[in-house]
Design a protein around this ligand. Structure first.
Ligand code: SF4
Length: 261
């Protein structure tokens, strides 16, 4: 208990000591989450193209979702709409998202509703630069992930995906949905997480074996990939969510919290 209090105090100190903290009430995510957003803002310029010619998402297409954060700076360059897909067939030792591994967890949400959330996020956070698909394993729900990537792409947002499979493995899959997903992915971080090779240089990337591919000409390497990792903590009533790259102490504390709730 005492240790937990110390960690909570340390989390609070970390959050409140940071410069330029702005508390944002995030857009309500339908019946999903209303979260208090604790963020450190950065100046990002974005341009959104007209959505008038965006292909419609089939109304019966569903996604199994572990979590959505409408605007985060901790999951890729710039401010991003992040969606954690529920379910992953891989079991990398030391996976930091074990609660997103089972396919029978999370919530089933029509992809069209997620696109509505994306539009709301773009309105509420004009600095939004892209979306991030992670999980879980986005390519395990390739049809839904491709539809979301396409929706983002046509709205002028960049698409970053984290996959436990290598690019070559994905390209070799005889699955048109995976091809469609890759065709609408600008940046891919690929390969399984290897806890023996923690990444120390590139931000947002878990282990040194994972590669960063720029699959389109819309994105390229920049210094943001070399900045320090950050963690974002969101509180609502008794619910707490942590995303980004928490320290091992915060991670241990959050796992304890998850077990208690
Ligand atoms: S691919 Fe990602 S989500 Fe799946 S087990 Fe590995 S680290 Fe965890």
């Amino acid at each position: 208990m005492r240790a937990s209090r110390q960690i909570i105090r340390s989390v609070k100190n970390t959050v409140y000591a940071a410069k330029n903290i702005i508390l944002d009430n995030l857009a309500t995510c339908g019946n999903l989450f209303t979260l208090m957003n604790i963020q450190i803002r950065a100046a990002v310029t974005t341009s959104h193209t007209s959505a008038s010619d965006v292909p419609a998402v089939p109304t019966d297409l569903l996604a199994y979702v572990g979590q959505i954060v409408p605007c985060t700076e901790a999951e890729g360059p710039g401010w991003r709409f992040a969606i954690w897909f529920q379910g992953c067939p891989l079991r990398c030792p030391g996976c930091c998202n074990p609660h997103f591994l089972p396919f029978n967890g999370g919530q089933q949400i029509p992809v069209a509703d997620i696109v509505v959330l994306l539009d709301q996020a773009m309105q509420n956070h004009p600095q939004l630069e892209g979306i991030t698909l992670l999980g879980g394993e986005p390519t395990a729900q390739a049809v839904a992930a491709a539809a979301l990537a396409k929706a983002a792409w046509y709205r002028g947002l960049t698409v970053l995906m984290f996959s436990g499979y290598t690019l070559e493995q994905l390209q070799q899959r005889d699955d048109p949905a995976v091809s469609e997903l890759l065709a609408h992915t600008d940046m891919l971080v690929d390969g399984p997480y290897d806890h023996n090779q923690p990444e120390t240089r590139r931000r947002w990337i878990g282990s040194a074996n994972q590669r960063l591919h720029f699959l389109s000409s819309r994105c390229q390497w920049d210094d943001r990939w070399l900045q320090k990792n950050t963690v974002e903590i969101r509180l609502r009533n008794k619910e707490i969510t942590i995303n980004g790259y928490p320290s091992s102490a915060v991670l241990a504390w959050s796992r304890k919290w998850l077990r208690r709730t």
